[in-house]
Design a protein around this ligand. Sequence first.
Ligand code: HEC
Length: 83
Amino acid sequence: AEARLAAVYERSCLACHGRAHSGAPLTGDAQAWAPRLAKGMEALLLSSRQGLGGMPAMGLCADCSDADLRALIEFMSTKAKPQ
Ligand code: HEC
């Protein structure tokens, strides 16, 4: 499951969440994610499914389940920032 999700992340979320100035909160940037996480996981799942501003619906992962999205959000919002 980890390898499958890593592949999904690289093919979908990384394009924006791994690039500065895309407008997306960056993977591992705890400061950028703090106000998002404060909304609660249910709200983040909802905006992931429906899209929000520059964030496309489902984050370009049409076949992601809620569990997949939740795992990806947890990964992006907590991963230690590479030095
Ligand atoms: C095309 C670029 C793009 C892709 C691909 C993308 N995102 Fe995003 N994402 C954004 C942008 C831009 C925002 C900031 C939206 C805003 O606040 O206006 C965002 C915000 C978010 C948020 C915060 C939503 C909120 O309510 O604050 C979550 C969660 C998220 N993305 C999850 C994901 C996941 C999971 C994937 C991969 C499956 C993904 N994104 C793929 C651009 C992208």
